[in-house]
Design a protein. Structure first.
Length: 297
């Protein structure tokens, strides 16, 4: 991997990790559906010039799919993103940014497990990852009296939906322009948020303006810039190494919560974080058969 690619991917994970802080701060001013709705529209608008710039630099990408595939993929991803981000935004009200970051990263373990239902065999590393992650989740979330916070449950459900979201992207991305599909998904996510925003919440322009910094960071940086950096950074990069760099998002979420918000983790929660991060890394390492297939030693 070229150094510039590694820097792009690390910067992507840094932006995504610190975005948990922006989401947490944003909840001081806005309710979940309002925050996600505005954030998604900003993300979609941000990607429009990115699409133009990428086409100007590299030309229109050659894809096998049709416009119908692009629209279907964008709508499916947008609805899943709406469900996942709404659960995440509601859950982050009742837990810390660091815990939310680690539990959300649980989707990296869910993806290969769900792949079994798509007739994709899972090796021993996957099951070991699930075992370690479950133990880590127990230490991280289960409190005295075997209780678990409702925020943790929401974030856990969010991770499951994000896993399905990733599998849908995996299905459509070879067929369509990934940046255009992402742009569509953000607009779909924003539109899906509107009825919930107006029926269950009381959005006010003043509150949106008060939360302008976290909203802009979550919309422009997390949605627009980070996604574009991921696309550019993964070009000609080993996917296993790229995914390891992107999984640093969970570490950055804890560090940013500690540095910016003054959040702390107990020793028990720290052990849980370490176990979950080990599980995340183990789940992404290629097995021997894959190495042989790719001609590696």
């Amino acid at each position: 991997m070229k150094p510039k690619n590694a820097v792009m991917l690390l910067l992507t994970s840094l932006i995504w990790g610190t975005a948990f802080v922006a989401q947490s701060v944003g909840m001081d001013f806005l309710e979940p559906f309002t925050f996600n709705g505005v954030r998604s529209f900003i993300g979609g608008v941000t990607l429009l010039p990115c699409i133009w710039l990428l086409e100007k630099m590299n030309g229109k990408p050659e894809v096998d799919g049709t416009r119908k595939d692009l629209i279907q993929g964008g709508i499916a991803c947008g609805l899943l993103l709406f469900a996942a981000s709404s659960l995440q935004q509601m859950g982050i009200q009742y837990t810390t940014a660091g815990k939310a970051g680690f539990i959300t990263a649980f989707y990296i373990v869910f993806v290969p497990v769900l792949g079994i239902f798509l007739k994709k065999a899972a090796g021993w590393k996957v099951w070991m990852s699930v075992f370690l992650a479950l133990i880590g989740l127990y230490f991280l979330c289960i409190k005295e009296g075997f209780s678990i916070g409702k925020g943790d449950i929401m974030i856990f459900a969010c991770a499951l939906v994000f896993a399905v979201h990733i599998l849908v992207i995996d299905y459509y991305s070879p067929k369509v322009d990934g940046v255009k599909m992402s742009c569509i998904q953000f607009f779909v996510c924003g539109i899906a948020s509107l009825p919930f925003m107006f029926l269950t919440e009381t959005p006010q322009i003043g509150n949106i303006l008060d939360a302008r910094m976290p909203i802009l960071y979550a919309g422009v940086m997390s949605c627009g810039v980070a996604y574009t950096l991921q696309i550019l950074g993964q070009k000609h990069a080993n996917p296993a190494i790229a995914s390891l760099l992107l999984s640093m998002e969970s570490c950055f979420s804890v560090l940013s919560g500690w540095i910016i918000l003054g959040e702390t983790l107990s020793a028990r929660e720290g052990i849980g974080c370490v176990l979950m991060f080990v599980a995340i890394i183990l789940a992404q390492l290629p097995d021997k058969r894959e190495k042989l297939k790719n001609g590696q030693t």
